[in-house]
Design a binder for this molecule. Sequence first.
Ligand code: FAD
Length: 438
Amino acid sequence: MWQEFVSLDLQSRETCESAAWEPALFDAREESDTYSIVGSGKSITGAYFGEGVTVVGLGQPPELTELNLQENQLSVSCAATVAQVQSHLVSKGYMLTGVPSYPGVTIGGCIAGNVHGQNHFREGCFCESLIRFTLIHPDLGLVSVDRESYPELFNLTVGGFGLTGLIINATLKIEAIKSSFLDVSLVKFSSIEDAYEKLVSKNNAGRYFHSWVDLTTLSPNPGRGFFYKADFSLTPFEAIREISSVGSEKNHLRFKLPIFSKTTVSALNRVYYQKNLMFPKKTQALVDFVFPSARRLWYFSMFGSKGIIEHQVLIPHERVPQYTNSLVNILKEKNPFVSLSHVKHFSGRRKLLNFNGSGLCLALHFRAGVTEFETLALIDKLNCDCNCITNILKDSRVPRWAIKEQYSEYDEFVTRLHKFDPRRLFRNSLSQRLIDLD
Ligand SMILES: Cc1cc2nc3c(=O)[nH]c(=O)nc-3n(C[C@H](O)[C@H](O)[C@H](O)COP(=O)(O)OP(=O)(O)OC[C@H]3O[C@@H](n4cnc5c(N)ncnc54)[C@H](O)[C@@H]3O)c2cc1C
């Protein structure tokens, strides 16, 4: 079946053949066939389709999961969404860790993107909890991969954008939770640097966080905002309703009107800021706090047909003051429309092309316009000057030269990928833009 695929940020589209995986699919291939793999299709840049590839998905997941509560482990189909898995786990008093703010993504997408959640400082990326997975590649067949048996293949597949083959199922560590509710309190900040200082302060330790930064107005305080920190409530467990956004949610509204402009969003932000300051303490359902983006895909249709660019960068601790200062100067000079921004505290170790490491993680959503592209070109240079890395899975315009300069193991990733699969049977829009040689 032929189908048109469009990325969430509206920056890329392609008409490709698509197929559900079945054991005979790869056996029937022609010599020149190449494939990309789709989970829920919710990666912002559309890293699951590409030019000239057949898009392969796992189809519907089988009835959920094998749960081993003695070992705190879960085995699950990679077609299952985080929402499906979490709905199942939370009602039993358990939780996955390192899950993204939007729960309609698949377990396969979380492994291939090595995504992160609401408290990277404590949990690291998603794959910290990954024990093993089963991979299928046409030349290898089915392989059960863990850190001991196939360390190279494990590291190449984790955060490897689906370029090593189709991950079919996975075994993950799960964590016991004390309540299905959180006690949440607000910490206000006046700038991104102030946010950083408050996030890293021991006084603000918490189990989960999420933040909001206002960059629609740059005076008097560029980057004022708040973060919420949250810990388990003493409120006992209650049955939770199903988490929505199980992956069936449409990526775009039918009509994409440019409803979000600098004026509208800046007015909305003023109200949103004041409203949140009015309720600095509250008790909230765990799943509502951990998945702030659930049911919010409409956001991507609010900027008209040009869409957005999401730019996410990891700034090393020692460069935060220099970086934030230069960033504010760039924003003041170019005056782009930044609709949404947030910050996170990261603690981890970078490997290959994974968006991982230690420092301040800053996300900026730009409307995709000429001024914004010029601003981003200046930010690319700033990122290189300050030893930052850009999240490859989020920004569909970041140039190859910037990624090569920012990721010290870029060449290592490309070499290992070609060694593993000299014919490079798996490709997608992301690899075609940033990785593939031919
Ligand atoms: C509203 C929103 C909020 C988000 N918040 C966060 C966040 O907080 N943190 C974060 O890190 N990310 C976040 N993301 C990004 C998202 O978590 C990742 O892009 C994730 O990879 C998407 O999963 P998916 O199932 O939709 O995968 P797809 O978009 O279908 O694919 C993503 C990549 O994974 C590969 N892939 C998917 N399934 C498999 C498989 N079974 N085997 C091999 N490769 C596979 C694809 O080939 C592709 O390269 C957010 C996205 C949205 C839309």
